[in-house]
Unconditional design. Structure first.
Length: 423
């Protein structure tokens, strides 16, 4: 059955590790949205790999990886990533990696505008600065450059000319920034197209034909549900549909061909960048969990904000993603805590919220209602079966299952491949 791995919080749930493991059982892994704002970490033995655009399954040489049309591709970043993986011994051929010809291209002015736009806002988003928002804005605004255009000099010329006519005016007159030189951009992107040519194809046809031949697909989500452009904590979100709704539009594989949805959650919560975070720790806990969980952004290196598990948010994520299973990651990070809290509702101005409110102002001011559970104060890092977990760890997981109304199938107790419990 084809399956999706989707983040059920604010990203960095440990999707990379989970996808690395689950990809063993599939033939093809596909990224359906986002760009090199993502940072997915996979640890194999002593080796650490951080993937930004290339799907996290690429380490399995006999599998195919696809960057779908819903993703946005910074060609320079992709070429750098391909080059770095080649240096580490991976073949990185067009047989192993495919990029959708209708995926949109991140242009240099997108990266610059990302930073300039955020700097002008009173309420900053704290983006990764990779040009993701402006690229998706041009896609929807019908100004975008697509991968196929990089292979067609005439189309590329016309699109860059049109774009620079608009962007240079904005850059110079609104932001007092320097102009882009047409020839420099055109030649650079033509060059990227030549180098990426072996990878570019109609990935929707490829994927559907593969499914017809009985191949199994894993859809790799980037970011997480509360960074989703529609369902997240808008405007403090990314610019794509990270939720499972984005799978079909982002790959061309219809919903009727998707069977299983694994929602990845951390055993607690983190968030990078600005925006509401009801269960955020106050004081020394933040620092302690950040240190224990090594909570620093895999893309920007920024410290991640940390907090308690929020079942109000994750229950919402389970509903809108249609999660059939849950993967609880980083349980080991909670090993030392004598007490654990889970938010089960919010209160604000005398009102109780059992469901995630879309009003950003409400969400910024709510007070979580916590349920307190005893910790286990024991090392779980070597545990490999559910029954061997300390009783209070099992109790924590069972309580999450009750609150979220979905079965926990995977529990991760370390960053390595083997540090995983499958129920
Ligand atoms: P992603 O964006 O969802 O793929 O997650 P990231 O890779 O950005 O962040 C997850 C981090 O947690 C990475 O550094 C992983 O190596 C690490 N990690 C994953 N699972 C576990 C776990 O169960 N325990 C611990 N301690 N670390 C984990
Ligand atoms: P993975 O796939 C965590 C956050 C940024 C910022 C907001 C918008 O590793 O889980 P953007 O550059 O996308 O316009 O930034 O989204 N963000 C992420 N946070 N994990 C990610 O990806 C993220 N990708 C973007 O910090 O708050
Ligand atoms: Mg990440």
């Amino acid at each position: 059955m084809n399956l999706v791995v989707v983040g059920a919080q604010w990203g960095d749930e440990g999707k990379g590790k989970l996808i690395d493991i689950l990809s063993e059982g599939v033939d093809i892994t596909v990224r359906y949205q986002g760009g090199n704002n993502a940072g997915h970490t996979v640890i194999v033995g002593d080796e650490e790999y951080i993937f930004h655009l290339v799907p996290s399954a690429i380490l399995r040489r006999d599998k195919v990886c696809v960057i779908g049309n819903g993703a946005v591709v910074d060609p320079k970043a992709l070429l750098d990533e391909i080059g770095a993986l080649k240096k580490r011994g991976l073949p990185m051929t067009g047989q192993q990696l495919k990029v959708a010809s209708n995926a949109h291209v991140v242009m240099p002015y997108h990266r610059v505008m990302d930073g300039l736009r955020d700097s002008k806002r009173a309420q900053k988003i704290g983006t990764t600065g990779r040009g993701i928002g402006p690229c998706y804005a041009d896609k929807v605004g019908r100004m975008g450059v697509r991968m196929a255009d990089l292979l067609n000099p005439r189309a590329l010329k016309a699109k860059i000319a049109d774009n620079l006519a608009e962007k240079n005016d904005i850059l110079v007159n609104v932001y007092r920034h320097k102009r882009y030189d047409f020839d420099a951009v055109y030649q650079e992107y033509l060059g990227h197209g030549q180098r990426l040519r072996p990878y570019i194809c109609d990935t929707a046809l490829y994927l559907n034909a593969a499914i017809d031949r009985g191949k199994k697909i894993l859809f790799e989500g980037a970011q997480g549900t509360f960074l989703d452009i529609d369902f997240g904590t808008y405007p403090f979100v990314t610019s794509s549909n990270a939720t499972t709704g984005g799978v079909s539009s982002g790959t061309g594989v219809p919903p009727t061909k998707i069977g299983r949805v694994v929602a990845a959650v951390k055993a607690y919560t983190t968030r990078v960048g600005e925006g509401p975070f009801p269960t955020e720790f106050k004081g020394s806990m933040d620092e302690a969990i950040r240190r224990k969980g090594l909570e620093f952004g895999a893309t920007t290196g920024r410290p991640r904000r940390c907090g308690w598990f929020d079942s109000v948010l994750v229950r919402y994520a389970v509903i809108i993603n249609g999660a059939t299973q849950l993967a609880i990651m980083k349980l080991d990070v909670l090993d030392d805590l004598p007490q654990l809290k889970i938010a089960t509702a919010y209160t604000y101005q005398g009102k109780t919220y059992k469901d995630y409110p879309h009003d950003g102002e409400v969400l910024s001011h709510v007070k979580p209602v916590y349920e307190v559970l005893p910790g286990w104060c024991a090392d779980t890092r070597k545990v490999r079966s559910f029954v061997q977990l300390p009783a209070n760890a099992r109790r924590y997981i069972r309580r999450l299952e009750e609150l979220l109304k979905v079965r926990v199938k995977y529990i991760s107790v370390g960053s390595g491949r083997d540090a995983t419990i499958v129920r």
